[in-house]
Design a protein around this ligand. Structure first.
Ligand SMILES: Cc1ncc(COP(=O)(O)O)c(C=O)c1O
Length: 383
């Protein structure tokens, strides 16, 4: 059940120069400064009673989401995922608490369902009839599923080396699937071309304003599930950055409504050694020296993310950091967590555990701290 929400006061804004874009119209990104467009709520006049506690999906936070009409919600039951306690590993590493936000139980098996549920709802509201998406795999499957539900056409552009299951689900959902040689940046180029030539709406990460709002619900949810006290550190497997930026946006909005009063977590970006553009940016290294390669962690192989500035801002504001893990680490992490805790992590989820171990060894994380890892996808889809 979805109640009315006070969204009329939302505006779309360039995060760099604050130029506003008409929220009633179809928008992509802030062309003024070549930045993502961010939804700003001027007057979040929300109380805790506005959380729809009888709705166990991300739409319980309807009041924080910029959709005008309830009828336009396209939902497959995404969100309100569990936070698991990795008690044996916490004991082994002698850390206060080690939590895992398990996003693999979302529809289509990944956290991408959240952003895509919101974006497809907005596409429906704005009368868009065909979407195109470049994807490392999971976002494509999610778009195909939500577009099927909404009767919107979907074209999915995916690297040819992607696991078979991720391709097959797109076909089953009735999307047009185009395989591309290269990484997601090559798919992105083709998406722009199809958008110009055929008028498809481009759903590329952060070149569309509303996937971010859907991902924001992860942050709202963590706060509510932990009774409005956040962990000291959140370790997040980062590709395009929607989850990281979305969570931080959620925490800021919760501060604005006065529900979060304690300190915010230090946010950690994890990438793989094979493709770590954020490591280059974080250390001000010359991006020319950066040679991206494919990774087992498909979702982290995003060589040239559009939202670099916003990601760096989250790291700076939260006093966070960036770490990388190797391909060998990804395999080892899956085994270690599975054999200790009985949870199978996606390679991206494994990256967060292996980064945690590094940060603990370096004493960047202290034993008295509470740490949250993320399993963003389902191991079962990587076959
Ligand atoms: C399983 C998984 N984890 C993490 C990511 C990175 O997502 P984000 O865009 O939020 O950085 C992706 C993106 O494809 C993914 O599929």
């Amino acid at each position: 059940m979805i109640a009315n929400n006070p969204v009329a006061i939302a505006v779309l804004q360039c995060p760099n120069c604050s130029k506003e874009y008409d929220i009633q119209q179809v928008q992509s990104y802030a062309t003024c400064c070549n930045q993502p467009l961010v939804t700003r709520f001027d007057d979040l006049n929300i109380t805790k009673a506005d959380i729809l506690t009888n709705d166990d999906s991300m739409w319980r936070y309807r009041a924080f989401l910029p959709l005008f009409e309830d009828d336009n919600v396209v939902s497959l039951g995404e969100g309100w995922t569990k936070i698991l306690s990795l008690t044996k590993l916490a004991q082994k590493h002698n850390i206060n608490s080690l939590l895992l936000k398990d996003e693999s139980t979302n529809p289509t098996g990944s956290f991408k369902a959240r952003g895509i549920s919101m974006a497809v709802s907005k596409a429906k509201e704005l009368g868009i009839n065909h979407c195109v998406i470049p994807t490392a795999g999971n976002a494509g499957g999610a778009l195909a599923a939500y577009c099927a539900k909404a009767d919107i056409g979907a074209t999915v552009l995916m690297p040819a080396h992607t696991a078979e299951t991720l391709k097959e689900e797109c076909r089953l959902f009735g999307a047009e699937l185009i395989l591309v040689d290269g990484l997601i940046d090559a798919c992105g180029k083709l998406a722009r071309q199809l958008s110009t030539e055929k008028g498809y709406f481009d759903m590329s990460t952060l070149k569309e304003p509303y996937r971010l709002e859907g991902k924001k619900t992860i942050g709202l949810e963590i706060a509510e599930q932990l009774d409005w006290e956040l962990p000291d550190v959140i370790i997040y497997p980062t590709g395009g950055g929607t989850g990281l930026i979305g969570m931080w946006k959620a925490f800021r909005e919760l501060q604005a409504v006065g529900w979060l009063t304690g300190k915010l977590p230090r946010m950690v970006i994890v990438q793989t050694e094979n493709c770590a553009p954020m490591m280059h940016h974080f250390h001000h290294r010359n991006i020319e020296d950066f040679k991206p390669r494919a990774s087992l962690a498909l979702g982290l192989a995003v060589p040239y993310p559009f939202a670099t500035d916003l990601m760096l801002q989250v790291i700076e504001e939260s006093k966070g950091t960036v770490r990388t893990v190797s391909e060998q680490d990804l395999l080892e992490g899956i085994k270690l967590v599975a054999s200790e805790e009985g949870y199978l992590l996606s390679p991206e989820g494994s990256a967060t555990y292996m980064a945690f171990r590094k940060l603990l060894n370096e004493q960047w994380i202290g034993e008295e701290e509470n740490v949250m890892l993320f399993n963003t996808g389902s191991w079962y889809k990587y076959r």
